[in-house]
Design a protein around this ligand. Structure first.
Ligand code: FAQ
Length: 330
């Protein structure tokens, strides 16, 4: 059992002896593969970690609509426009399932939104990069949704029931998203020399930011050990990054495009590719708020929140009127 194996306090994970009786019983349920439901007893740290991860995941889906939303009006054909529109709407739906899953832990969607807007909660680093050309819609679908699926397929087995169930639905939609991205890349890569160059340029710009989506390298990941002991995360950041590279490199070869990494090489012994790490300094700057688009993304979300104030107030007033009418009739 994972919790019993990890005795070192360096990881922050309690050994069985250090746990209270309640914590031991909880860990035994996790180790037995049981799902934890919202009304079950859970350690405060488990609840907080889930709110952080699910909340950040929800925010990523919502902020993630912006780079692609940027291209809806400029999609090259009516069919591409309809597909992109559907995809962006799906991302809104994913955000909503995830906010609902987090709400079962005792935090409201409004509270989470306020924490996003004032910088207390994060969203995925990837959405702080600009989408400059139509080929970027291909790269986002292929690489960004591809990385998201690599991360989210194991999360279907995560220990918290509502998160796990949300992931099952989300993954089905994400695989369509990835295919539509790959399809755009195919068209571009098989198109004119200029179109192929656009596809290569998009791959060049999105490759390392996509690798960053899996989080810092395992040695710098502060939450992995505890999150894995609680089966909130099922794999380490580096494990998933490696799987993503192994899956994606043959796809790039199929497209006739070059992954922008001189050190990329098949390693027979490990049965995977050796590859260059992303620039971690850049990653930490982006998650601190200093990426190319952080200011724009938060400005857009703040504007949407402020513009929606009258709707929220109207709905509250309507609900209050209905409640008062019901009370008067009783
Ligand atoms: N960006 O200790 P760890 C999508 C932060 S969905 C920003 O390793 P953890 C769909 C981390 O929060 C994409 N911050 O953290 C779509 C922590 O800071 P904190 C979102 C990051 O949680 C496609 C610190 O660094 N997916 O794309 C990032 O154990 C197309 C230390 O890191 C999910 O959220 C990052 N990339 O592991 C939508 C999946 N990485 O909170 C539209 C669920 C790390 O202490 C268009 N989340 N940080 O201040 C997870 O699996 C995990 O939370 C990780 C990070 C793997 C992201």
């Amino acid at each position: 059992m994972y919790a019993q194996m990890v005795k070192s306090t360096g990881t922050g994970v309690k050994s069985t002896e250090e746990m209270s009786a309640e914590e031991r019983a909880f860990q035994a349920r996790i180790d037995a593969g049981e799902k934890i439901e919202p009304k079950d007893w859970m350690p405060e740290g488990y609840r907080k970690t889930l709110i952080r991860q699910i909340g950040q995941h929800a925010h990523s889906e919502i902020v993630g609509q912006l780079p692609e939303g940027n291209w809806i009006t400029r999609a090259p054909t009516l069919e591409r426009k309809a597909i992109l529109l559907a995809k962006v709407q799906d991302e809104a739906g994913h955000g909503l399932y995830l906010y609902c899953a987090a709400e079962t832990l005792g935090v409201s969607r409004d509270e989470m939104t306020e924490m996003l807007l004032d910088g207390r909660m994060k969203y995925s680093s990837i959405f702080n990069y600009p989408t400059l050309t139509w080929a970027d819609m291909g790269a986002v679908g292929w690489l960004v949704d591809g990385a998201a699926i690599m991360n989210q397929v194991p999360l279907q087995r995560t220990s918290f029931g509502p998160y796990s169930r949300a992931m099952i639905r989300v993954c089905k939609e994400e695989s369509f998203h990835q295919r539509q991205g790959f399809d755009i890349m195919m068209k571009m890569a098989q198109g004119t020399p200029q179109q192929k160059a656009m596809a290569q340029d998009a791959l060049n710009r999105f490759w390392y930011p996509a690798l960053m989506m899996f989080g810092p390298s395992d040695k710098d990941s502060v939450h992995s050990a505890q999150s894995m002991a609680w089966k909130i995360k099922m794999n380490t950041n580096d494990e998933l990054r490696q799987k993503f590279v192994d899956q994606t490199v043959p796809q790039a070869e199929y497209l006739g495009l070059t992954v922008p990494d001189e050190n990329l090489k098949w390693n027979e012994e490990k049965g995977g590719y050796d590859f260059s790490e992303p620039d971690w300094e850049e990653f930490f700057e982006v998650i601190k708020g200093n990426g190319p688009c952080n200011t724009d993304r938060l400005a857009a979300r703040n504007k949407a929140w402020d513009d929606g104030k009258w709707v929220r107030e109207g709905l509250m007033a309507h609900a209050e009127k209905k409640r008062a009418r019901k009370m008067a009739a009783e």
